[in-house]
Design a protein around this ligand. Structure first.
Ligand code: NAD
Length: 333
């Protein structure tokens, strides 16, 4: 039997390419490792698996046109580029890269928190612009002793809570799934959702994006927050209603925001967010360290190779596809 044919739709280091070539027949888009949406639509029906990123949408209509497709291996922990129940109903296994990036994303969350508290970007601009001779930079606020609110207490939320201990922060969390063990260990205290927004001096968002969390932080939630509070989002842009956020920032309803993710990426530099002084903006670099990116792509490639060969991968999102293929395919949405 020939090797399973896969589409390589992201850039990989040489040793990962060698691993893929060994186990699979690898196809790529002409002229580049990252296919356009049109190239994806053309190539996907001819392969059994794809190694891609969560930035590349795989719409249901495309899945319908790919009866031979068995595996979508994302290089990332988010999987909002695929409708999971639909993929499951079509017998398509989706894999991701959980865990290996939690430390890097938690670190970036704290970078934003500290940068907001101490106005690091503004103070940097102050020095470079020569204004230092006319006065010291901006005065910030203490982090120690304050309250950190975590919305979404999953893998990354846990590492953020652990990091917060080193800053003597009181940590409150809200998640529909409570974690009594973490509470008992003193990692964080559960609070009702509204209380987390009301009490936080720093509010950080770590839930996944799906239809239940899209825009679930909006005008009402900003109204609950302290005027002195800072919001940090390193999860997914659409979790926050960006128009409402801009209004809250402009009205001084909250003190500021640090965003690694936005509703539309890349962000329009002519848009409102870029015009606001009390916002720090990053280009979706939560996992962007050399070590983490390597660990991610290696895990994503192992997931793909194992799955296209019928073996359970390390990080399946919908393992029922392999465990119980018939019922997964018959599952109703
Ligand atoms: P996870 O699945 O371990 O945690 C997500 C948590 O959100 C879960 O505990 C879930 O119960 C909770 N949740 C679901 N609905 C919620 C709601 N309505 N309110 C509050 N919490 C809710 O995922 P993770 O590994 O911690 O990653 C979290 C997200 O971070 C990913 O889904 C991804 O979108 C994002 N992410 C971003 C970057 C980046 O580069 N900025 C990198 C990695 C991950």
């Amino acid at each position: 039997m020939g090797k399973p044919r896969i589409l390589l739709a992201t850039i990989v280091p040489e040793h990962v390419r060698a691993l893929l070539d060994d186990a699979c027949e690898v196809v790529t888009a002409p002229g580049g490792a990252r296919p356009t949406a049109e190239q994806l639509a053309e190539l996907l029906p001819s392969v059994e698996g794809v190694l891609t990123t969560n930035q590349m949408a795989v719409p249901n209509a495309l899945i319908d046109r790919c009866p031979g497709l068995r595996v979508i291996a994302n290089n990332g922990v988010g999987y909002d580029n695929v409708d999971i129940p639909y993929a499951t109903s079509k017998g398509v296994l989706v894999c991701n890269t959980p865990g290996v990036l939690s430390g890097a994303v938690a670190d970036l969350t704290f970078s934003l928190l500290l940068d907001l508290a101490r106005h690091i970007p503004a103070n940097d601009r102050h020095v470079r612009s020569g204004n230092w001779t006319r006065g010291a930079g901006r005065i910030g606020v203490d982090v120690r002793g304050k309250t950190l609110g975590i919305i979404g207490f999953g893998r990354i939320g846990h590492v953020v809570a652990k990091t917060a201990q080193g800053f003597d922060l009181r940590v409150l969390y809200y998640d529909p799934v409570r974690d009594p063990a973490a509470e008992a260990a003193g990692l964080a205290t559960y609070a009702e959702r509204e209380s987390v927004f009301r009490e936080a001096d720093f509010l950080t968002v770590h839930c996944f994006l799906d239809e239940t969390t899209r825009h679930h932080i909006s005008t009402r939630e900003f109204g609950w927050m302290k005027r002195t509070a800072y919001l940090i989002n390193t999860s997914r842009g659409p979790v926050i209603d960006e128009e409402a956020l801009c209004a809250a920032l402009q009205a001084g309803e909250i003190a500021g925001a640090g965003l690694d993710v936005m509703e539309q990426e890349p962000l329009d530099p002519a848009g409102t967010l870029c015009s606001l002084e009390n916002v720090i903006l990053l280009p979706h670099v939560g996992s962007a360290t050399t070590e983490t990116r390597l660990a991610m792509i290696e895990l994503a490639a192992r997931n793909l190779v194992n799955a296209v060969h019928g073996r359970m991968p390390e990080a399946p999102v919908n393992p029922e596809v392999l465990r119980d293929p018939a019922s997964a395919r018959n599952a109703q949405r």
